[in-house]
Design a protein around this ligand. Structure first.
Ligand code: BGC
Length: 498
């Protein structure tokens, strides 16, 4: 079934292609990898603020939280508690490195299947955890699932989607991340009052893993991966099926050419770091993920319940506030689904950075004025105003840096270094998420509301980076990125020989 057809984007070759049901289905299924990732992001913050969880695993934090005169900004500062959240990302870095090889050698599909299996086993281990070892062990397996999934899913979508629809289809990954976060925060809200509620929350991670596991048997391997591994005929067959047209020679030849260059490269990481022509996508792709994390988004995602409790909201009110914030996150992502192939990547990134700068600075100012070291927050309306500001902040992220942090690095590399280059982006995401997960609560304790000013300044820097260094990639076929964008960009063309 064809639900759209491709237009000629100015300055790029047009490959005949329709947006077929096959492509749509493949992208939706693969994007369930995002649901796993999102569920985990959303579940940790709520679980670490549940009294029953703290009593079972971190009794000293429980005690500290309930000390009346405890410093407002330091209630949850505990390295072990933060390690629970962030251990997953350490495992994820290692796993996505391995996945970059697995995906090149065996294809995208088996890598996605492995992701779901790791995640499923991790969820079961967490559900049945009897001690901290089992808990952290489970999180490491979840980290493997996320590393394999995040390394492969956005690349898979970018390779399988027709150029004109690539942005929107790719944003589906982020959309499912946000649905996962939303579902998790709602599950936390439901389980928070149950005895052993945390077990249901953590065990719920098995649901997205099962959906991905079953769904991934129905997806096609990407033509680029098939052709790269010498399966030309099968590659052509899949190309015909997913493009919904007979005339696929032009696109096939382009992929074939790219794979010929690719198979000559025996060590993609060496090629990535030594060939000057790879410098522009390497710098842009990796920095985009660095900046994505330093928007400060995971301060809100991991620690919103903790943050709202810091401002004096009760346990329940803070979990409800989290559901609201996460709902805004999911709805605002839909705007990106539509706009990314119309307005383009740069426009969304710059707008998002401005919106996040203004809101972070305002939140910092309000906390500075109203939340002193000890004692309740002053001003009845303050928690509500902060909640509204956080929603505006989150929506700015949701239609810009959230999806584009994954999309842009997946579409800017030549095939021979695509997996290796994408690993740098995913790895950067994991390292920075780890840093934020591990140190935010300590940083909040030490720097208090000034932390929000820090993120505000980071948002200004990233906006400027996009304006001056990032080419617009909307509508350009992935295999033509170097010719059409890097070689013609005033700041990057010097990296290419005539
Ligand atoms: C980021 C996550 C973040 C999520 C929020 C993703 O793109 O990588 O770190 O928690 O968006 O929606």
């Amino acid at each position: 079934m064809a639900v759209g057809s491709m237009n000629v984007e100015e300055g790029t070759k047009a490959f005949p292609a329709k947006l077929t049901f096959q492509v749509f289905l493949c992208c939706v299924i693969a994007a369930v990898g995002g649901l796993m990732f999102g569920y985990d992001i959303g579940i940790s913050g709520g679980v670490t603020s549940m009294d029953t969880f703290l009593l079972d695993f971190f009794p000293h934090v429980y005690e500290k939280k309930h000390r009346v005169h405890e410093n407002n900004y330091c209630k949850f500062d505990d390295q072990l508690l933060q390690l629970f959240t962030s251990s997953l990302y350490l495992a994820g870095i290692f796993a996505s490195f391995i996945a970059s090889y697995v995906s090149r050698a065996f294809g995208r599909k088996p890598t996605i299947i492995s992701a779901s299996v790791f995640f499923l086993v991790g969820a079961i281990l967490n559900l049945s955890a009897q001690n901290l070892g089992m808990l952290i062990g489970g999180r490491i397996l979840l980290g493997f699932g996320i590393g394999f999934g995040n390394q492969t899913v956005p690349l898979f979508i970018s390779e399988i989607a027709p150029a004109r629809f690539r942005g929107g289809l790719n944003v589906m990954f982020q959309f499912l991340i946000t649905i996962g976060i939303l579902a998790a925060s709602y599950v936390n809200y439901l389980t928070s009052t149950l005895k052993n509620g945390w077990r249901y929350s953590l065990g719920g991670a098995a649901v997205p893993a099962l959906i991905l596991l079953i769904g991934s048997f129905f997806i096609h391997e990407t033509p680029a991966s098939l052709i790269e591994r010498g399966k030309d005929e099968k590659g052509k067959q899949v190309l015909r099926k997913i493009r919904g047209v007979e005339d696929i020679e032009l696109e096939f030849n382009e992929i074939k050419y790219a794979t010929e260059v690719s198979t000559k490269v025996k060590s993609p990481f060496k090629e990535l770091f030594t060939n000057r022509e790879n410098r522009p996508p390497l710098v842009c792709g990796t920095l985009l993920q660095f900046f994505q994390q330093f928007t400060g988004i995971n301060v809100v995602m991991f620690y919103a319940p903790v943050l709202f409790q810091t401002m004096g909201s009760g346990n329940n009110a803070s979990l409800i506030s989290t559901v609201v914030t996460n709902g805004v996150n999911a709805i605002a992502t839909i705007i990106s689904l539509v706009m990314v192939d119309l307005a383009g990547r740069k426009c969304l990134l710059v707008e998002g950075a401005i919106q996040m700068t203004v809101t972070q600075m305002t939140i910092g100012g309000i906390l500075l004025a109203h939340l002193k070291l000890v004692g309740p927050i002053t001003g009845h309306a303050v928690p509500l105003i902060v909640l509204v500001l956080i929603c505006i902040y989150v929506s700015g992220f949701a239609w810009s840096w959230g999806p584009l942090g994954w999309l842009v690095p997946s579409e800017i590399y030549p095939l021979e270094v695509r997996n290796a280059g994408y690993f740098c982006a995913v790895g950067m995401n994991m390292v920075c998420t780890f840093i934020i997960g591990q140190f935010f609560l300590s940083a909040l304790c030490r720097f208090r509301s000034f932390l929000f000013f820090f993120f505000g300044v980071m948002n200004i820097i990233m906006g400027l980076f996009v304006v001056f260094y990032l080419p617009e990639t909307k509508g350009v076929p992935v295999e033509e990125m170097a010719e059409k964008r890097w070689k013609t960009h005033s700041r990057w063309k010097k990296y290419f020989k005539d």
